[in-house]
Design a protein around this ligand. Structure first.
Ligand code: PLP
Length: 222
């Protein structure tokens, strides 16, 4: 890519509806690239490894108003560290993890923002609730008073056509509506974290409220 990070951010930000939150996925890229994105107005950054995020955050302490989003698979032995480092966790993918995070959040006195990761189609390469499993677990999730459950996150399986991807995103939207209609006291379904560099436009037209963009902003990861 010949354009700069800041030029790419300006172009993509302008192409998104103002209400869609642009999360810059800075995994594998150095702190200086985060600074460039920050200078171009980005305040939301996504990382998928705890250790990598911790070292970048240490380098970026002079940028206090960054919101950090964890978007990777979270092992329970890293859950405490994730709560210390991140404001949002998009990748809460099973009830056991949610219960653990809830317990740790209470101990730490934090109330993280959370998305529940769902699989609208079977996908052995990804974790996340299937729709029937999620519907069963809602009452237990509603009890997680230290988590601010804000909505759903999804990643379509590899190899889908655009029409199939739109289907996945629209069905995620409908699932959120369906859950919202159940009027849970402690579950919000206002956020849909969906869309990456290759499919974010499809996600946005299907109701995404947060897109997670890496390659298209920072370049190819090696
Ligand atoms: C890496 C990653 C992204 C960003 O992917 P790009 O295709 O580089 O935009 C988004 N979401 C998750 C969960 C990721 O792991």
């Amino acid at each position: 890519m010949t354009s700069s990070i800041s030029e790419r951010i300006t172009t993509i930000r302008a192409s998104l509806p103002p209400s869609v939150r642009l999360i810059a996925v800075s995994k594998t890229f150095p702190a200086e690239d985060i600074r460039a994105a920050y200078a171009a107005g980005i305040r939301d950054f996504g990382e998928n490894r705890i250790q990598e995020a911790a070292s970048k955050q240490a380098e970026l302490q002079d940028l206090p108003d960054i919101t950090w989003h964890f978007i990777g698979g979270l092992q329970s032995n890293k859950a405490k560290k994730a709560l210390e480092l991140f404001d949002w966790i998009h990748s809460v993918d099973n009830l056991k993890l949610a219960l653990r995070l809830n317990q740790l959040a209470e101990q730490l006195g934090v109330t993280p923002q959370v998305c529940l990761q769902v699989k609208l189609l079977p996908d052995s390469n990804k974790s996340g609730w299937s729709v029937p499993e999620l519907l069963i677990d809602l009452s237990a999730l509603n009890q997680c008073k230290n988590l601010q459950i804000q909505g759903l996150m999804t990643i379509p399986p590899l190899g889908l056509t655009n029409a199939e991807k739109i289907n996945v995103f629209q069905n995620t939207y409908k699932l959120a509506q369906e859950i919202q209609a159940q009027n849970w006291s402690h579950l919000k379904m206002e956020q849909l974290s969906m869309g990456m560099s290759g499919d974010y436009q499809l996600a946005v037209v299907s109701g995404a409220t947060m897109v997670r963009l890496g390659t298209i902003l920072f370049g190819n990861r090696t």
